[in-house]
Ligand binder design. Structure first.
Ligand code: PLP
Length: 370
């Protein structure tokens, strides 16, 4: 998180019904539209991103509606659990947790669904657990080829503002994000970009909704206000982070993440360790999930690195627990931070007695210098 954002959050809280707030509300909503690459409405909840998972479903669907989900990793699994608990009929396609959503799988399932029982397709754009990025435009194309009317819902929690995501151009109906990743903020806000089709689906949707209802949000947002008390100080931070993203330019932000991710992968390759992501065209530019050599515990390595170097690596999640660690390289992140991060991993691997080849940091630096 940048100091600029932290300082903005520490401003005195203002009256969220007063005149100064309207300008804040309008600026963050229009700044988010730029980041989502949409001209349509965006909503902001004082919640974690899990709340936005729920909001997307309850605003568009009815009890018993079928949704198609792809378990490409732990976050995809958790989202389908939310859908199941809400009383939806969730059809889950299992995967090996090393690939993104398979566009051909989407096409074949939807092409079979002649009576259009499937109402929504749930896709995690960047699976934070596995370091795999789904090729969303190909998924959109698969839905179009099947001429299927299902809504396309995309979780962009760990991709938005780091990896290109085009809500309008890619024909996404609901894009979901949170404050604590590419937007360089603390946790506590979640966001959604909405298509006209998603909003129209809301008028027939019968799942109960109150706190998450889009209608009052959409009615008030043009004025810059919210129907209930917003997280005012987090919005101060969001305004600053959106300004920073705008100053750098979104395409430069994406390029920075791509470069740092490539340097990270070169380090992993030089260490002789294996990436969880199987396909180069699905490598994540925000998080790299590294598989541990058999018989070595990723959590023991993480504990050692935290103790010795005060550096916290991401844990292996769900079925990857103990079998993988994750290197995050997103947000306010640059060459020297990555060099420090990779040095911590390389020293940690040696100290933990993990079999690996030295030279990962050197390989990354050579790439960065070039
Ligand atoms: N989706 C993805 C891809 C995530 O990485 C996360 C959290 O890391 C979530 C959803 C859930 O977000 P939250 O923990 O803010 O509810």
């Amino acid at each position: 998180m940048p100091d600029r954002v932290l300082r903005a959050i520490s401003e005195a809280t203002i009256d969220h019904r007063g005149p100064a707030f309207a300008a804040l509300g309008r600026e963050v909503l229009s700044g988010l539209q730029r980041v989502f690459q949409t001209t349509g409405p965006v909503v902001i909840y004082p919640s974690s991103a899990t709340g936005s998972w729920e909001a997307a479903l309850v605003n568009t669907l009815s009890p018993g509606d079928r949704v198609l989900a792809f378990e490409i990793g732990e976050f995809a699994r958790l989202w389908s659990e939310v859908a199941r608990r809400l009383g939806l009929d969730v059809e889950v396609v299992a995967t090996d947790w090393r690939h993104g959503v398979d566009p051909e799988g989407v096409h074949s399932r939807l092409a079979e669904d002649r009576d259009h029982a499937i109402k929504a397709v749930l896709v995690v754009h960047n699976e934070t657990a596995t370091g795999v990025t789904t090729r969303v435009p190909l998924v959109r194309d698969a839905i179009n080829r099947a001429a299927h009317p299902a809504l396309l819902m995309v979780d962009a929690v760990s991709s938005l503002a780091c990896i290109d995501l085009r809500h309008d151009e890619w024909g996404i109906d609901v894009t979901i994000a949170g404050s604590q990743k590419g937007l360089m903020m603390p946790p506590g806000l979640s966001f959604q970009a909405l298509s006209a089709k998603a909003i129209a689906a809301g008028s027939a949707a019968r799942l109960p909704r109150s706190y998450w209802a889009w209608e009052p949000m959409l009615a008030m947002n043009p004025s810059g206000y919210f129907p209930y008390t917003p997280s005012t100080n987090l919005l101060f931070g969001l305004r600053e982070s959106l300004r920073m993203l705008h100053e750098e330019g979104l395409s430069d932000v994406f390029a920075r993440h791509a470069r740092l991710a490539e340097a990270t992968r070169r380090a992993v390759q030089a260490w002789g360790l294996e990436l969880c992501a199987a396909r180069p065209d699905e490598f994540s530019n925000t998080v790299t999930t590294v598989l541990m050599p058999a018989g070595h515990d990723a959590d023991a390595l993480r504990v050692l690195i935290l103790d010795r170097f005060n550096m916290s690596l991401g844990a292996g999640l769900g079925r990857l627990k103990g079998r993988a660690f994750r290197i995050g390289h997103l947000g306010d992140f640059g060459d020297l931070m990555l060099a420090g991060t990779l040095s911590g991993v390389e020293m940690g691997l040696a100290a933990a007695g993990v079999p690996f080849r030295k030279g990962g940091v050197a390989a990354a630096l050579e790439f960065l210098a070039g």
